[in-house]
Design a protein around this ligand. Structure first.
Ligand SMILES: [Zn+2]
Length: 395
């Protein structure tokens, strides 16, 4: 009787996590707070939606991997800063020690761990050990080649994309639904036609980083592979999702990627303290649902998701991010009620009353009087953004 050697089983999805990810911590009152990772995982555990064998610890990215995107001198500066050995003036020239991105002890290792988490996710998916993987510790989309910016030191997504190109020869589609423009990732691949980026964000008119206009379409050979949909302030669910669905579907059909990387900042929610969009939990169910579907339609399932912004860490981020995992792992919630164990566990620490359902209660925000005008404006923006694809397919 022949015995077949059993290849290691293909997992549906893996969740990258260890407590080391919590070491990325600027200060006690900084808005970027990785406690949201703990809150999200605990919500999934108490929902019985995840077990220990679904969880894989993040490795540390090597200097060589970081330098796929970052300057060696910058990496050295981050190391010195984390040891308290980088003079203030020097630090500032690297975007370190600013109000947004303060210096903290061990910052190189903590940042390299977030990148390593995304690389761990990439290897699981690209070597066919899992169909999907999520690293909520990643999504640091403002990191630049030689400069920290907007709470981001190393840019895990940029490193991961370069790594996928070099190690796996993959054509990558990057989809960024953070309320802030995914500038760092866009500029990393602005002249590269083998990477396509789409960022849907609140217009940069009043919001950091100010870029992400619809006419930022790429440069040189990369022209036509960078897409931006800047939404008006106070955009609501329907208009957000219309922009997301149209652009994602048309771009994936145009680009035909090997793999999809999604950045899942959860700061477009109306309760987020740093932004001005008016979406609700509805979009956080729909965003991963479409990514999941299109990854199966176009990429044999290859989908890697990372986290990103999200500054209401109690009421918004855990419910939003948990849904990425629920979608990836095909877990069906038995009801709309949030686990009472989870609510009891965290209510005493939360400065605000926690929300006890997966969906948001009605009337979370005041009616938007300019609703129609905003939706129409957004629709025009979508049309402008997709015009190059649409005009090509008419020819
Ligand atoms: Zn953001």
């Amino acid at each position: 009787m022949a015995t077949t050697s059993q290849p290691s089983a293909l997992k549906n999805a893996v969740f990258i996590y260890s407590d080391d990810l919590l070491n990325y911590r600027f200060s006690n009152d900084h808005p970027f707070n990785q406690k949201r990772l703990q809150l999200t995982l605990d919500l999934l555990r108490k929902t019985n939606a995840i077990s220990d064998e679904d969880i894989i610890p993040p490795r540390l990215a090597t200097d060589e991997e970081l330098s796929l995107v970052h300057d060696r001198a910058y990496i050295e500066a981050v190391k010195l800063a984390g040891e308290g050995k980088l003079p203030g003036e020097k630090a500032e020239s690297y975007g370190l020690g600013t109000e947004d991105t303060p210096v903290f002890k061990g910052m190189h290792e903590a940042s390299a761990r977030l990148v390593g988490g995304t690389l761990t996710a990439v290897d699981m998916v690209m070597s066919k050990k899992a169909q999907h993987a999520v690293n909520l510790g990643g999504g640091l989309h403002h990191g630049f080649r030689g400069k920290a910016s907007g709470f981001c030191i190393y840019n895990d997504s940029s490193v991961a994309i370069k790594y996928m190109q070099e190690k796996y020869g993959a054509k990558v589609l990057y989809i960024d639904t953070d309320a802030h423009h995914g500038d760092g990732v866009q500029w990393s691949f602005y002249d590269d036609p083998s990477v396509c980026t789409l960022s849907i964000h609140e217009t940069g008119r009043y919001l950091f980083p100010g870029t992400g206009a619809v006419n930022e379409r790429g440069h040189g050979k990369g022209y036509g592979y960078s897409f931006n949909i800047p939404l008006d302030a106070f955009t609501e669910d329907e208009s957000f999702l219309a922009a997301y669905e149209q652009s994602f579907r048309e771009i994936v059909e145009f680009f035909k990627p090997d793999v999809i990387l999604t950045q899942n900042g959860a700061d477009a929610h109306c309760l987020d303290p740093l932004t001005h969009l008016s979406s609700t939990m509805k979009i956080y169910g729909e965003i991963p649902r479409l990514a999941h579907q299109l990854a199966h339609e176009y990429c044999e399932g290859r989908w890697i998701a990372v986290g990103g912004g999200g500054y209401d860490i109690w009421r918004v981020v855990p419910r939003a991010w948990a849904q990425i995992w629920l979608e990836m792992s095909d877990f069906k919630l038995p009801s709309d009620a949030i686990s009472s164990d989870w609510l009891n566990q965290w209510q005493k620490e939360s400065p605000v009353p926690l929300i006890s359902t997966w969906s948001d209660p009605d009337q979370l925000y005041k009616e938007i009087p300019r609703k129609k005008e905003i939706s129409e404006k957004n629709q025009q923006t979508v049309e402008k953004a997709l015009y190059p694809i649409r005009s090509q397919s008419i020819k």
